[in-house]
Design a protein around this ligand. Structure first.
Ligand SMILES: Nc1ncnc2c1ncn2[C@@H]1O[C@H](COP(=O)(O)OP(=O)(O)OP(=O)(O)O)[C@@H](O)[C@H]1O
Ligand SMILES: [Mg+2]
Length: 455
């Protein structure tokens, strides 16, 4: 593959044409009237930078590598040209969007439906963890757009009679650098073998792999690179901080921060399913409305958690990196990296869950004695030195006793939960959320800690 043609308005370069560009409308980009109306209805008054860059080129029929910061409207940048082309030449099984996670697949499908409802677009979500039969039925109806995680799509390509993608016109890899990573290698290769070589391909992400070899696997043809951010950029309106604390006080500092910033919506990232679950239990025991989302939960529980958080019925979502990419929950105010991400790129995606679409937000990263090197790597990657988040250590220490008690309950619940799960292994739908652990929060004296006055 030849190096992609650059079509970049990177923020590092001066942008004399910016004002002129900002005045552009979706119609100016070549988007057809009915889709312009759909954008209008979503409140998209004007296209975002990546949409301005990518949509006209996509409508010309070019393959695209789209790089733009988190929350900048990349979904619209690939969905609109696909819907536009679909209107011109209506066809079933027209486009395939690959995503790394199930929740993201549902979200992208919602976006396609929102933009395409007036033109009768049908989409199907094909992801693991849910009933295969109903998916086979959905595929038998030949939707226009399929949004899938790679593994389950392969299952259907291999086992669902009458289903194939031999007429596919568009392939999108959202979070492309992740999709092109090692762990999806076999699946992606299999998919690429059974879709036409003669198709359009769009790769989008807020972070892009430097390795041309990896990009080559996507079999792009004469692609153009639309980059409106540098390779590893975080959003301008995001205030980023770190706190340096001994590992053993992490829980106490977390509770302190949640109290200090009470009234906000939080996404808290942990490194393992177990710690996500444990921390959710701990916070609940202290009266916080916290809910977990991780890979050891059943899919219905995962979606249930996410929906409760989205609907603001819970103010704290505890998650593993399964929630770090692509999820668009506009009301998230604060992202906490409770466990530091081991891959620095994940930092960019995690903190990008807040400060989306021009809003502001905060990110706080916990750095313990074991994390210094990883933290330096993150600072190096984003090209910034982060300030310390101010804390009153004596006030933090006043929380220790209650936190210790809540930790003890959380450990007990986790153990009980594990045993229950063992007993009910066949019934996988049960017990893999902590919602069942009711009443426990009241065991810790006082319930939710009151915010101290003056803050
Ligand atoms: N032209 C627009 N005007 C206003 N809002 C928009 C526009 N395009 C998209 N949005 C909104 O911006 C938000 C972020 O969009 P989207 O999820 O596509 O971001 P993204 O660039 O894919 O981010 P990430 O890298 O995190 O996946 C969504 O809520 C979307 O509805
Ligand atoms: Mg996205």
């Amino acid at each position: 593959m030849a190096a992609p043609e650059e079509h970049s308005s990177s923020t590092e370069a001066p942008q004399p044409a910016l004002e002129e560009e900002e005045a552009k409308t979706f119609k100016d980009l070549g988007v057809t009237d009915v889709l312009c109306e759909a954008c209008d209805q979503l409140g998209w008054t004007k296209p975002t930078k990546i949409q301005i860059e990518a949509i006209p080129l996509a409508l010309e029929g070019r393959d695209i590598i789209g790089l733009a910061e988190t929350g900048s409207g990349k979904t619209g940048a690939f969905a609109l040209p696909i819907l536009n082309a679909l209107l011109e030449t209506p066809q079933r099984l027209f486009a395939l969007v690959l995503t790394p996670t199930r929740e993201l697949a549902f979200q992208i499908s919602e976006q396609f439906e929102a933009l395409g409802s007036s033109i009768g677009v049908q989409s199907a979500v094909i992801v693991g963890g849910i009933d295969s039969m109903s998916q086979s039925l959905a595929l038998a109806k030949k939707p226009h757009i399929i949004i899938a995680t790679p593994g389950r799509l392969i299952d259907h390509l291999e086992n669902t009679k009458g289903f194939n993608l031999r007429a596919l016109k568009y392939l999108v890899m959202d979070e492309a650098d992740r999709i092109l990573n090692m762990d999806f290698e076999t699946e992606v290769d299999k998919i690429l073998k059974v879709i036409p070589r003669d198709r359009k391909t769009f790769l989008f992400s807020a972070t892009m792999t430097k390795k041309v070899q990896k990009l080559q696997r996507a079999a792009l043809k004469n692609p153009v690179k639309c980059a409106v951010s540098s390779k590893y950029q975080t959003v301008e309106k995001l205030q980023q901080y770190y706190i340096f604390i001994p590992s053993k006080f992490k829980d106490t500092y977390l509770v302190y921060i949640l109290n200090e910033l009470a009234g906000n919506s939080f996404m808290i990232f942990c490194s393992t399913c177990n710690n996500t679950q444990r921390t959710a239990l701990l916070l609940r025991n202290l009266g916080f409305t916290a809910i977990p989302l991780h890979g050891q939960m059943s899919q219905s529980k995962r979606l249930g958690s996410l929906n409760k958080f989205k609907a603001k019925a819970r103010s704290i979502l505890l998650a593993t990196d399964v929630a770090s990419r692509g999820l668009d929950i506009p009301h998230v105010d604060v992202v906490v990296n409770f466990d530091i991400p081991t891959h620095s790129k994940d930092y960019i995606h995690r903190v990008g869950r807040t400060a989306r679409a021009g809003r502001s937000g905060k990110a706080i990263t916990f750095v313990t004695q074991y994390d210094v090197e990883l933290f330096q790597r993150i600072e190096h990657l984003i090209g910034k030195k982060l300030p310390v988040f101010p804390t009153q250590d004596d006030e933090v220490m006043m929380l220790t006793e209650r936190v210790t008690e809540a930790q003890r309950f959380a450990r007990m619940e986790l153990r009980e939960h594990g045993e229950k799960k063992k007993r009910a292994r066949e019934d996988a739908e049960d017990n893999d959320d902590t919602e069942g652990a009711i009443g426990v929060r009241n065991k810790v004296a006082g319930g939710r800690m009151k915010k101290r006055k003056g803050r």
